[in-house]
Design a protein around this ligand. Structure first.
Ligand SMILES: [Zn+2]
Length: 173
């Protein structure tokens, strides 16, 4: 029971717009309080002395919530997530990752979504403080601030495949 309560649940606005991800425990409370309805369920059921109900995987608010778009926090973790833990210079993956300032701090480069990328240690060291165009390095893609949908998509794992249609991620053929 404890383990399944750690499952993640995707919350949609009444309009089906993806809003956030919460823990199963909180989701169940919302379902029981009739604030939301379950749209998709995991295969498991929640059992207690008083109730048995399917563990929700996607829930939808019953009333439209005017939400202030939450900003995705600029953090090391979120930069790595945006860049799929892949060095943005050489595509290395599954190696120790650092955060590189494209324009180095020394040259006035700031801590922004557009100036920070995931980089492996060798690339980061080799590039050093050189300006990008003089360093011989090229970025895989232009770094941007991730949208909430893109950010939420990174949470989708195999067992959350039920989320895909709601995050515009239909299976590729
Ligand atoms: Zn690299």
């Amino acid at each position: 029971m404890a383990a399944i309560l750690n499952r993640r649940v995707l919350v949609l606005n009444q309009s089906y717009e993806p809003l956030m991800i919460i823990g199963a425990k909180r989701a169940i409370i919302l379902v029981l309080n009739e604030k939301v309805e379950a749209v998709e369920n995991y295969r498991e059921n929640i059992h207690s002395a008083y109730l048995s109900l399917p563990l929700p995987s996607v829930i939808k608010l019953k009333y439209y919530a005017r939400v202030q778009r939450k900003n995705i926090v600029l953090s090391r973790k979120n930069i790595l997530k945006r860049d799929n833990h892949t060095c943005q210079y050489c595509r290395a993956k599954s190696v120790p990752m650092t955060i590189d300032h494209i324009k180095s701090k020394k040259h006035g480069g700031e801590d922004t979504w557009e100036n920070l990328v995931a980089a492996c240690v060798p690339c980061n060291t080799k590039k050093g403080n050189q300006p990008l165009n003089e360093s011989g390095f090229q970025l895989l893609k232009k770094p941007r601030k991730p949208t909430m949908i893109l950010h939420l998509q990174k949470y989708v794992k195999q067992f959350q495949s039920s989320w895909r249609p709601y995050l515009f991620m239909q299976e590729k053929n």
